[in-house]
Design a protein around this ligand. Structure first.
Ligand SMILES: N[C@@H](CCC(=O)N[C@@H](CS)C(=O)NCC(=O)O)C(=O)O
Length: 218
């Protein structure tokens, strides 16, 4: 029997949005527990007992708490995906995971820390423009790489949405909304447009974030 999932997080967090997007793709109902940011609670003993790292998202399923957004994505797709969103063949699976790992190790730090936090969330008088512009350039290089990857495929790893698209695609909305230089990337534009047509993307990723402008605190 399927147990009902519980999810801890805040809806304006990238890493939480990845998980909520997949949950909606899977049409999985869940109980929602606001946590992190202005909701706090991450240092509570009960939360730390679930996630010793003290971060959101956390998903509780079958009595066990799962943390790390990409681990959660893999777990949900393996458990509830019926073969969708994740290849079963190890080599094909590794293609998806390469982009997932690349997101966590490369694109996300450069965009989230280097641009979104350092530029958008930092008050104007505190912005370090030299470093911000270097990261904007790095992000442009990363977007060009995605553009090459998307030249021959509708999605990052073929003709269907996979965890790679969910892990990486979550960044497109804010990347396109910020007032920064972006490279010409027609394949990324096409892919992003397809993502925007998914209700699950609109409901979980395309959310207002202006409350974060110039706000380093939650
Ligand atoms: N690598 C972790 C990162 C988790 C993380 O840093 N989460 C942030 C939100 S994106 C967080 O919990 N920040 C503290 C807060 O929201 O109070 C993952 O992918 O889940």
């Amino acid at each position: 029997m399927m147990s009902r999932l519980t999810v801890w997080g805040r809806r304006d967090s990238f890493n939480v949005q990845k998980v909520l997007w997949l949950l909606d793709e899977l049409a999985l109902p869940y109980d929602w527990r606001p946590a992190g940011g202005r909701f706090g609670g991450l240092d509570d003993a009960t939360f730390r007992a679930m996630n010793p790292h003290g971060r959101v998202p956390v998903v509780l399923d079958k009595g066990e708490a799962i943390w790390e957004s990409h681990t959660i994505l893999r777990y949900l797709a393996d458990t509830y995906g019926s073969g969708l969103f994740r290849a079963s063949n190890p080599l094909a699976r590794s293609r998806e995971e390469r982009w997932m790992d690349w997101m966590l190790a490369t694109l996300q730090p450069d965009f989230l820390t280097g641009v979104f936090w350092a530029y958008y969330r930092t008050p104007e008088h505190e912005r370090q423009w030299g470093s911000i512009l270097r990261k904007v350039t790095s992000c442009a290089d990363h977007i060009r790489l995605l553009d090459q990857q998307l030249a021959d495929h509708d999605f990052l790893c073929g003709d269907r949405l996979s965890l790679a698209d969910i892990a990486v695609g979550v960044i497109c909305y804010r990347y396109h909304k910020l007032d920064i230089d972006r490279p010409d990337a027609p394949n990324v534009e096409r892919w992003y447009s397809v993502l925007q047509h998914r209700v699950s993307y609109r409901n979980n990723v395309m959310l207002p974030f202006t409350h974060m402008r110039g706000q380093l605190d939650y």
